[in-house]
Write a protein that binds this ligand. Structure first.
Ligand code: SF4
Ligand SMILES: [Zn+2]
Length: 355
């Protein structure tokens, strides 16, 4: 049922999409980030591909994701990807310790999305750049194959290679029904095992993405599920946690629910609680993504505290310390909504006064 709804939405979104060239879809930027060795820089690079195979399949993809709208929808050849990569990377004079994060709006390790020659070229190139400490890419667990990952590691043996995987939650029902993710905990654990086996010869690591507040999830459960997922991830041998609070992507089922008032992105107070409780319970590095904070489509509290809390969370990410005590009058409202969120579900409660 959920799959059919997502598929219908996806088809509609793809129909409305304006076709963009591979060059138009690609971009890169640099910002401060936390590396395994401490604070440093990160280059974020988006490279064009045909798009995520899961989103292009009859499953329709995940309920919260619109990356397919940032894809070319037709195969992008190795030569074109390499040309774009070379152009983007040449903009940076990498002196400080730096992580390079390659985003492909899907799975870097799936040759049907990202051609092998382009993958090899990028790894060979980055292995020769002294300042680069980490190379990070994303993949669904089913594409984490020992042979392919070993080849990647062998091409960049002097760097930390991190495979980021969107587990989203440890709750299989949530992942299957509310997120439409299409893989099990067992699939994820198998991928982590492959990565951990390769640690014998290489500096390879895993990162888990945890989605904060999937559709049809109360504020209270969203907090609990996120923290429990981080604990689970550490237990099965994941090296780093990245919480991704929902922002409303265009053309998704999530957007439909939000437009009907049936979904509210998480409160920033909930995110503070998640990151603080995680810092108490797990010892691997954990990051709270702050993109979209305080915007109409992202996590929000009130106009008085959105920005301050964003800054405090960014500092907490870089220094891996708890978010310090902070007071704002909207906290009492969040507390009440969290308390009664089992009754209200994931909906937006509209108040008559201005928030
Ligand atoms: S979240 Fe990942 S797996 Fe799901 S549709 Fe988006 S890119 Fe594909
Ligand atoms: Zn506030």
């Amino acid at each position: 049922m959920m799959g059919k709804l997502v598929f219908r939405n996806r088809k509609r979104a793809i129909k409305r999409m304006k076709k963009r060239s591979p060059e138009e879809l690609a971009t890169a930027w640099m910002q401060n980030d936390l590396l395994y060795s401490g604070p440093g820089k990160a280059i974020f690079m988006i490279l064009p591909t045909i798009g995520c195979s899961w989103a292009l399949s009859e499953s329709g993809g995940c309920t919260m994701c619109s990356y397919i709208s940032d894809s070319h929808l037709e195969p992008v050849g190795s030569d074109k990807i390499i040309e774009i990569f070379e152009k983007l990377i040449s903009r940076y004079d990498i002196q400080e310790k730096t992580a390079v994060k390659i985003f492909t709006s899907g799975s870097f390790l799936n040759p049907a999305e990202f051609p092998e020659d382009a993958r090899n070229h990028i790894l060979d190139h980055l292995n020769t750049v002294d300042g680069v400490e980490e190379i990070i890419f994303e993949s669904r667990p089913e594409y984490v194959k020992e042979e392919i990952l070993r080849e990647c590691c062998a091409r960049a043996p002097d760097k930390i290679l991190e495979v980021s995987m969107g587990l989203e939650t440890l709750d299989e029902r949530t992942r299957l029904i509310k997120i439409n993710k299409g893989f099990s905990n067992r699939d994820f654990e198998d991928a982590v095992k492959i990565i951990n086996r390769l640690k014998d010869g290489f500096m390879v690591k895993s990162k888990v993405y945890i989605l904060v507040k999937p559709i049809l999830t109360s504020e209270k459960n969203a907090i609990k599920e996120a923290v429990d997922t981080a604990v689970y991830a550490e237990k099965i041998g994941v090296d780093r946690v990245s919480f991704c609070p929902v922002t409303i992507h265009r053309g998704t089922l999530l957007e439909d629910l939000w437009r009907r008032g049936a979904y509210r992105p998480p409160w920033i107070w909930s995110l503070v609680e998640i990151i603080n409780r995680t810092r108490e319970s797990v010892s691997i590095p954990s990051i709270m993504d702050t993109s979209g904070f305080g915007t109409s489509r992202g996590p929000f509290n009130c106009k008085k505290c959105n920005r301050d809390l964003k800054k405090l969370i960014i500092r907490s990410n870089l220094e891996q310390v708890p978010v310090p005590e902070y007071e704002c009058e909207c906290r009492a409202r969040w507390s009440a909504e969290r308390e009664f969120s089992e009754l209200t579900g994931s909906v937006e409660i509209r108040y008559s006064e201005d928030t």
